[in-house]
Design a protein around this ligand. Structure first.
Ligand SMILES: *Cc1c(COP(=O)(O)O)cnc(C)c1O
Length: 541
């Protein structure tokens, strides 16, 4: 068992690192319980349709390559002429469901998007074969159009922005975040000691990156509280009217709070933009598809906002590393670069003169592409083409179902919802069934639960006599349940994050039971300590 000072040291680590340390403890837990890791947000389901389609396209693509050269394991380049026709002859939609999907895709790209089917099929097969550097380096041509349609359909809530939006697919949302911070700094849009606002509690990297030496920015927290159902109040959003705040980073729906901004908050943000038109907003909408009628801040303030999205969670694709940065063609980032001092602009022209004849004119999103490969290696920048096609295929599984509703998205919402309900029922705590609740994570306030079950004195005893990670560590070591410490995300102490994504549904009731059982043990300790006091006991020694 760890001493209190060891626990204090542990609390300094990143929440995910603490969780990693607990995994070993939980696997050989004292009670011999089954090991339950509800710490990570990695989903335990996958989308099959897009993956099957990827396989078929790869098969067809190799066949096409063999048309131009076929010597043992060696084949040649594919050809554009007639490729759509040959693809349709290859497909067998009558007996194969995947082929039926690909047939529908061919009709969709022509009828709904007005794309050239031969070019789309060629982009698909060359993409999955992966024998050319990504060109254009930011994103493949038809892929950009399809990804734009996907973002619009899932995140913009009916607002038409697809044709005004540029996208840059990245190695997951993670790379998107890193690239954006880096280019904001390189382009002098954020400087050391600048103030940036963050909606806390938030996914830990957003708390940690600004503090790192490289960035050294001052964080202003826009805090959402459990009492407000984890919504940001209008008073908090009001802080953004301060023109010394350069940028606002938010995760929407939030992580760990799992709540989308409501209409009131979106309206407030729109008002802020009128008063503080230079505010840069970066919104990470990874969980947007888990909320009915979701609306991204990008669709409310398109010229001020960079949108980050990832396919990781919805499609069970964390290993693929599929994220995207989206920016409006007209945006404040480009304008702010134009407003820099002549000296700064000269410096940036020099930086980007390696990759463009008119470096002063490169859009911010293309600067992000160049910066992602330290400018010098721009000619080999861009997300790998098989990854781009995988993102496109995930997008298409949604786009072709538009009219009838997307059964896959519906099922993934139902899945996390059921787990959320089971956990809350087991803990006998109130559910939040508001439409903004993505239910991908729950925050369980151990102190509130303690008070609710055993009274305020017990709560105070817990708060005063134990480090806040003590419960979490015991839960792992004794009961075999790994959760994540919310404090690392900026919640109040005692908040534990349960992921509704990564365990079989039947385990969520067990997690609730284990939490209650351990709390009871703390309560017994408390009762014992009271008895000791009554008998003039050990606390005096
Ligand atoms: C999971 C997560 C990501 C990471 O996405 P990847 O695409 O897997 O890199 C980004 N942002 C938030 C808020 C997340 O929870």
């Amino acid at each position: 068992m760890l001493s209190r000072s060891d626990e204090k040291k542990l609390e300094k680590l990143n929440a995910f690192e603490i969780s990693n340390k607990m995994l070993g403890l939980a696997q050989k837990n004292e009670k011999g319980n089954i090991f339950l890791n509800a710490g990570r947000g990695n989903p335990n389901w996958i989308n099959t349709k897009a993956r099957f389609a990827f396989g078929r396209i790869l098969e067809f693509g190799i066949q096409e390559s063999q048309r131009t050269m076929n010597d043992g394991d060696m084949a040649g380049y594919t050809e554009l002429a007639g490729v759509r026709e040959r693809f349709e002859a290859f497909l067998d939609p009558d007996t194969n469901e995947t082929d039926r999907f690909l047939e529908t895709v061919l009709a969709y790209v022509k009828d709904d998007l007005g794309l050239n089917q031969d070019e789309v099929v060629k982009e698909f097969i060359d993409g999955v074969i992966g024998n050319n550097y990504p060109a254009p380096s930011r994103v493949l041509k038809n892929s950009e159009i399809i990804i734009n349609q996907y973002l619009q359909s899932t995140l913009y809530n009916g607002i038409d922005l697809a044709s005004d939006t540029l996208v840059f697919p990245t190695e997951g949302g993670t790379a998107a975040i890193v690239y954006i911070f880096h280019s904001l700094k390189e382009n002098k849009l954020i400087r050391p000691k600048d103030k940036i606002a963050i909606n806390t509690p938030i996914f830990t990297p957003y708390l940690e990156i600004p503090e790192l030496n490289d960035y050294d920015m001052i964080e202003v927290n826009l805090t959402s509280k459990e009492a407000d159902n984890w919504q940001i109040s209008p008073e908090e959003i009001d802080k953004l009217n301060d023109p010394s705040i350069k940028a606002f980073f938010l995760v929407n729906p939030s992580n760990p709070g799992s709540k989308a901004l409501d209409q009131k908050a979106l309206d407030e943000i729109q008002k802020v933009i009128e008063k503080n038109p230079d505010l840069m907003i970066i919104t990470d909408d990874v969980y947007g598809t888990f909320v009915d009628g979701f609306q991204t801040v990008y669709s409310v303030a398109p010229h001020n906002t960079l949108l980050v999205y990832s396919y990781s969670k919805l499609y069970g694709a964390t290993g693929w590393r599929l994220g995207v940065i989206a920016a409006n063609k007209e945006n404040i980032f480009d304008k702010l670069i134009q407003k820099l001092s002549e000296k700064d602009k000269k410096e940036l022209e020099k930086r980007y003169s390696l990759v463009a004849l008119e470096p002063e004119k490169i859009a911010f999103i293309d600067r992000i592409v160049a910066d992602s490969r330290s400018v010098g290696l721009h000619h080999t920048a861009g997300l790998s083409t098989p990854q781009q096609i995988m993102a496109v295929l995930f997008s298409l599984t949604h786009l072709i179902t538009k009219e009838n509703g997307d059964a896959y998205i519906h099922a993934s919402k139902e899945l996390v919802n059921k787990r959320y309900q089971d956990l809350h029922k087991a803990l006998k705590i109130e559910e939040d069934n508001s439409k903004e609740n993505a239910k991908y994570y729950s925050i369980i306030d151990i102190y509130a639960l303690a008070e609710h079950l055993y009274g305020n004195d017990f709560r105070i005893y817990l708060e005063n006599n134990f480090e806040e990670v003590d419960f979490l560590l015991h839960l792992a070591e004794k009961n075999g349940v790994v959760l994540i410490d919310g404090v690392g995300f900026g919640t109040s102490s005692g908040d534990l994050r349960v992921s509704e994504a990564n365990l079989p549904t039947e385990d969520y009731r067990l997690i609730g039971k284990q939490i209650l059982q351990l709390l009871k043990e703390y309560f017994h300790k408390y009762v014992e300590s009271l008895n000791n006091v009554d008998h003039g006991g050990s606390h005096l020694e």
